[in-house]
Design a binder for this molecule. Structure first.
Ligand SMILES: [Zn+2]
Length: 327
């Protein structure tokens, strides 16, 4: 294939002079979304307006921002045309699509095929070379229907409130929190947000997302509310002062049997902002690539799955020391 794909602390496309989600600061990197494992203090970035804005909350300093709307063309060096497409992962999350005379390349970043209440619907543009995330790349990761997950979360909260216990939902502050707010607040339940979750949610509102009402987490008046807070391991101080409480984690890893124990929660709901195994396969079928490179999670296993189905596929590897040159 004509594309040179290097992998070391992110993906590098030396052919066109841009990194993709470089994890260390680089001269130029596309930033697919503002989760902390996809951002660093680069000199120049390509990103959507939403990602650039959310990134400013997390990475200080100045940088040159090439802000692209979805579908808007950008001409990079060496005659390459770049367009961004929605990835459906969190607000503003984007895939990177490059067109050269030698063919097309699509880099997904993190993506979710099923519709989210807090992200743009995922696109599936055709490409010759596909570099995709494969977080849930094993057949056992099949998420229940979205309506069931949402109904279960709302029922958990209602039951706790009826029992005069505060329901606490642990979720990442960027993306998952706002999806939970849409689900729980949308069902008419009053919501309070931990300070970190609040900061990101306010930025979502500033960026134009319509959200149900929410309030800052209040030490004295949280009774009768659903509390959304970052996962416990991220807390500086665990929420011991909320008592009595009933806790749940919202994560795709809730599919694993140990999820409740590992997160020290009372319940676990598989609300994910990633594609599950069937959606990873469905995505490949829609993009119709000639070759696939897999990244993150079960990358080796998913590449093997694709090869067994007659699609050329290679894992880009998870070790940071790796430097593959696939010319
Ligand atoms: Zn992410």
């Amino acid at each position: 294939m004509p594309w040179e794909v290097q992998h070391q602390h992110g993906v590098n496309l030396p052919q066109i002079g841009w990194w993709l989600d470089a994890q260390k600061s680089q001269a130029r990197s596309f930033v697919s979304h503002a989760h902390s494992d996809h951002i660093a203090s680069h000199r120049e970035i390509i990103a959507t307006r939403e990602t650039a804005s959310l990134m400013r909350l997390r990475v200080g300093g100045r940088r040159e921002e090439h802000i692209l709307g979805f579908g808007e063309p950008f001409t990079a060096d060496m005659g390459c045309e770049v367009r961004l497409h929605p990835a459906g992962h969190i607000l503003g999350s984007a895939m990177f699509h490059a067109t050269t005379e030698q063919g097309t390349l699509l880099y997904t970043g993190d993506f979710k095929l099923r519709p989210s209440l807090a992200a743009e619907p995922c696109a599936t543009p055709r490409a010759d070379v596909l570099i995709m995330e494969t977080t849930f790349g094993l057949p056992r990761y099949v998420f229940p229907p979205q309506e069931k997950i949402e109904a279960d979360i709302v029922a958990f909260c209602r039951q706790a409130l009826a029992d005069k216990v505060t329901p606490v939902l642990y979720a990442y502050s960027l993306g998952k929190t706002q999806e939970l707010l849409q689900i729980v607040g949308g069902a008419g339940l009053p919501v309070m947000l931990h300070a970190n979750s609040l900061k990101m949610t306010r930025r979502y509102a500033e960026l134009g997302m319509k959200l149900p009402p929410y309030a800052p987490l209040d030490v004295h008046h949280h009774a009768g509310h659903v509390v959304i807070a970052p996962p416990m391991q991220n807390h500086l101080a665990p929420l011991t002062w909320i008592s009595p409480k009933r806790t749940a984690i919202a994560s795709g890893w809730a599919m694993d049997s140990g999820a409740i124990y590992q997160n020290r929660c009372d319940a676990a709901f598989p609300l994910s902002d990633h594609a599950d195994f069937p959606d990873l396969l469905a995505f490949v079928a829609k993009v119709q690539p000639k070759v696939v490179y897999t990244l993150h999670g079960f990358a080796k296993e998913f590449a093997a799955t694709l090869r067994a189905r007659g699609i050329e596929a290679w894992a880009l590897g998870q070790q940071n020391q790796m430097d593959l040159r696939l010319g």
